[in-house]
Design a protein around this ligand. Sequence first.
Ligand code: GRG
Length: 259
Amino acid sequence: MHYALTGAGKRVRPVLTLAVAELFGVRSEPVLDLACAVEMVHACSLVLDDLPAMDDAALRRGRPTVHRAFGESVALLAALGLLNRAYALVAEAAHRLSLRRYTAEDVVHHLAAAIGSDGLIGGQALDLLARPEEMDLDVLEYIHSHKTGALFMAAGELGAMAADARRRDLEVIARYAKNLGLAFQIADDLLDVLGTPEVTGKDTGKDESKVTFVRLLGVPGAQALAGELLGFAVDSLAPLGRKADPLRELAMFVQHRSR
Ligand code: GRG
């Protein structure tokens, strides 16, 4: 669990949780716990995604994947351990926050819904099961807005809930994070083609046999779509004014990321 969690990842999702809570004026230990829980869920998903039964990856965050380092059975247990710890942490943090607009159950339920069969798990299942001839842009968007976008949305929404943000502000953050997450995934597809393992810290060229945004649109088309989605993300922040600038910077980071 420690190995999976502490590798040299970018921490984009927990940064999103912290940045959202902070823009609504809240910076506290329970918020940090929520952010850590989001990263634990992400680390869990990476361990599972790397398994031989899924992507069969050798390299992650610049070092051997968890199953390569410790064996498949330990990797499975580590993933479940991280997921369990994440739920416990969110439940404790949500309780300590004692919010006015949201119950602790709302917060836990939000995360659970993002992970479940209508979230990461559903997106990943369709990714594994869809036949190449069934893949078009709509199916690809469904897969990635679930397997990647759902955790970005939850990361942002948990930050907003932790700050007791109004429902309409929660919706602003959800729209931003959905577009950011999809753009992040397209950038990931582009890095699989244009990046190197030395810089990205993971295997590249893994998607050669897969239908990806780059396969369907070409490199310039995928770059243009990522740019367009990031534009939507940034536009949706207008009601929040200048205090949302850190989220605009995060969108810039996604646009220009090399790892
Ligand atoms: C039970 C949590 C859970 C998941 C089960 C395996 C699975 C379902 C989903 C896989 C989701 C997945 C791995 C999507 C890919 C998302 C993605 C773009 C990962 C790379 O994220 P980065 O670049 O990685 O943020 P670092 O290492 O920087 O954190």
